[in-house]
Design a protein around this ligand. Structure first.
Ligand SMILES: [Zn+2]
Length: 227
């Protein structure tokens, strides 16, 4: 099941209290409407009735989908600064759910789950869209590095991350994240470029950029964490 609860937050613009309903866990099979809201960017996004300001709640969320094998643990975006602690927390949750104490069939299920740690809903959405489209997230992160490294226009806009929002037969579409979370115009990359990188193979990609993978955190953000 999915777990949601009501919370009261202060509008960041006018300060009035706003009542919101947020999810602590999201079961994509049972609640496809919540998955749809994650994908269209409206999950945990509210509007203040008083002043009309957009309110985005950046909170912890466990996303799972047994049929697709997804066990994606999402932390608030700023917690990436404590990556090691977050990875330890997730390891504990995962072990509790699928470890030696769980019934054998649940342990077997755990072995087939794709475990990922995300920071912020942009990254969670990116993981869901990529795997639903049968893309490798490692190849995708390498693709982002190559695109950000080769496009002067993105560097001029100080884009620090690309987040997948749509996959078509010919193209991959991304929104951007600039400083302070600002979006600049979306970025479209040809599917051919993805296929070219995928042909290199995971081992070669990892050998060239080992920081793309930190346990279950598979992300180009791992590169900017290097001292
Ligand atoms: Zn307001």
């Amino acid at each position: 099941m999915s777990l949601t609860h009501e919370a009261v937050v202060a509008c960041r613009s006018c300060g009035v209290p706003v009542t919101v309903v947020v999810a602590d866990s999201l079961n994509a099979e049972r609640h496809p409407e919540l998955k749809a809201r994650l994908l269209d960017g409206t999950l945990h996004r509210f509007q203040c009735a008083q002043c009309g300001a957009d309110l985005v709640i950046d909170k912890q969320l466990l996303y799972f989908d047994h049929a697709r094998g997804h066990f994606f643990f999402c932390f608030p975006r700023p917690r990436i600064a404590e990556l090691a602690a977050c990875l330890a927390e997730v390891r504990e949750v995962h072990d509790k759910a699928f470890g030696a104490e769980a019934p054998p069939e649940i342990q077997a299920l755990g072995k087939h789950m794709m475990l990922r740690v995300c920071f912020g809903l942009d990254q969670l959405r990116d993981k869901v869209i990529a795997d639903d489209a049968r893309l490798s997230d490692l190849v995708l992160e390498e693709l982002k590095c190559e695109v950000l490294g080769s496009r002067d226009d993105l560097r001029a806009l100080s884009v620090i991350a690309l987040w997948l929002v749509r996959v078509t037969p010919d193209a991959l579409e991304f929104v951007t994240e600039g400083p302070d979370g600002v979006r600049t115009p979306p970025v479209t990359v040809t599917r051919a470029l993805y296929d070219e990188l995928a042909a290199r193979g995971h081992a070669a990609i990892l050998a060239a950029r080992p920081a793309l993978v930190r346990g279950p955190h598979v992300s180009m953000l791992g590169l900017v964490l290097e001292p």
